[in-house]
Design a protein around this ligand. Sequence first.
Ligand code: AHR
Length: 503
Amino acid sequence: MKTRVAVHRDFRISKIDDRLYSAFIEHMGRAIYSGIYEPGHPTADADGFRQDVLKFVQDLKIPAIRYPGGNFVSAYNWEDGIGPKDRRPVRLDLAWRSKETNQIGINEFAKWSDRAGIEMMLAVNLGSRGLEESRNFLEYVNFPGGTEWSDLRRSHGVENPYDVKMWCLGNEMDGPWQIGHKKAIEYGRLANNTAKAFKGFDKEIETIVCGSSNDQMPTYPEWERQVLEECYENVDYISLHKYFGNNSRDTLNFFGKIEETGRYIQAIGGVIDYVKAKKRAKNDVYICFDEWNVWYHNRADDARRVGEWDWPEAPALLEENYNFEDALFVAGLLNEFIRRSDRVRIACIAQLVNVIAPIMAQKGGPAWRQTIYYPYQFASLYGRGYALNLSVDSPTYNCRVADDVSYLDVSAVHNIDEGKVTLFILNRHLGEDAELDVSLTGFDNVRLSDHFVMQGHDLLSTNGPDAPDRIAPVAGTGVGVEDGKLVGKLAPLSYHVVRLDVG
Ligand code: AHR
């Protein structure tokens, strides 16, 4: 299969917001308990944080992390997680029918985030609670002192406020499963009042309003229009969520969901523009894609177990075992985020540890990186700079979810400070090599710097505690720079990260 890509230094999509490579972690399953926190684990520090997990997290260079939920946040009392640990209540988590011990709360999580080098992005409960509790939380978290809530924080040993700038106004409020689910207008008003109060406290705060839970919801995209009409001027982002699966075992259709996601982003972009025009608003609203991942391997089984079990504490839940095909999919989806970075400013892989996660941690045992860890890591490390607007010429295919899907899925990022262009290339063809011919206009003295590849594995092959590195990137061969062009052959079903020195 012959392919041609034209890269031009001056044809830019956007400056990528680093937060495109953010993550999400929820109080559910073993994400927090026996995920990031397990006192007594051989690698735990004095605060109970697992150092093996922390190292894998640090290696991802995650810019921001959304916390504490998710469905969990919609019935969460943030006050349960502060003060002496032995006096914290054990509560029922209604979202996941589990017990929450509250041994981790905002101050412990802030400490962990700090060690991980990640900025917090906090969600408030607009399900069972509202503006009053949200503003108290804001005061506890962000006010220096001399007020009831800020002095309470200081009495808990945290002298300086955290100065959290990113605030999510609830979670998936369109979903009938959500505790405190609301109609669009009702939620839009509550979100508007909450956002206004937060911005009145600090005008640098950025607010994120809930869009639809996914693009298959019956109220999508009308939900977005109605919500934004209530709150447009006071919000900075609208959140999108989408999870993916290949239940029908149709790899090309699975990969076509990357294109489907592009349409989702485009549609919400259209709604944003419509509301902006209708309101004669000056401000821009961007997309925060704050939950995305593959989630289908155990999904039906998990839903059944949650319905049947008797309120366990930190049960194994949503522990997807990701295969090589999932890693290829994640690579392509990250390409789509880069290509849409003019609209999508923040995106969060959901989630980070144990629960639909790139990192797994056995209780009392080892931690390991799942297959999807690597494309996420490559994007986070090398996908910072300007997204370039490419011209891609490749054979295409039609599938159930999309037509004219290019077999060659590619994005490129120019990092001016480092003098590098990075190409992220996925050959989605099931059986043919992609003959690569990439012209690079406007760059001098182009040289190959690095080439990493993931290829040659069975699509269903996974990593696990007994084979933690079965699927991992290796140094690539077979591509090179000739007469200023990048040329070479890419095997079917392969993912490549090609870094070029561009002077
Ligand atoms: O990430 C798992 C769940 O998926 C989250 O709690 C919820 O927001 C979404 O439906």
